[in-house]
Design a protein. Structure first.
Length: 84
């Protein structure tokens, strides 16, 4: 086998690894949003009706959730960044 073949194979393997890691991050983000929403629903059921707030506002006010910094962009998309 030629060196070029192995170089191309190694490059494809790296790209596949990156794709898998990105998919895992997306899945973990979805899981975090789901868990955050469940916590918000529990909070909504316990708080006085006048103190209830929308989910996005709750996420913004929270700031940090399970060790991740919570950021909400202008379109309501929630991101979770690792704290350093």
């Amino acid at each position: 086998m030629s060196k070029d073949y192995f170089d191309k194979w190694e490059e494809r393997a790296k790209k596949n690894t990156e794709i898998i890691e990105q998919q895992q991050k997306k899945m973990s983000r979805k899981q975090l949003v789901t868990e955050l929403r469940k916590d918000w629903e529990k909070w909504q059921s316990k708080v006085h009706p006048e103190d209830q707030m929308p989910f996005i506002e709750y996420a913004e006010d929270l700031g940090v959730y399970k060790g991740y910094k919570v950021i909400v962009n202008g379109h309501g998309y929630i991101e979770f960044l690792t704290r350093e």
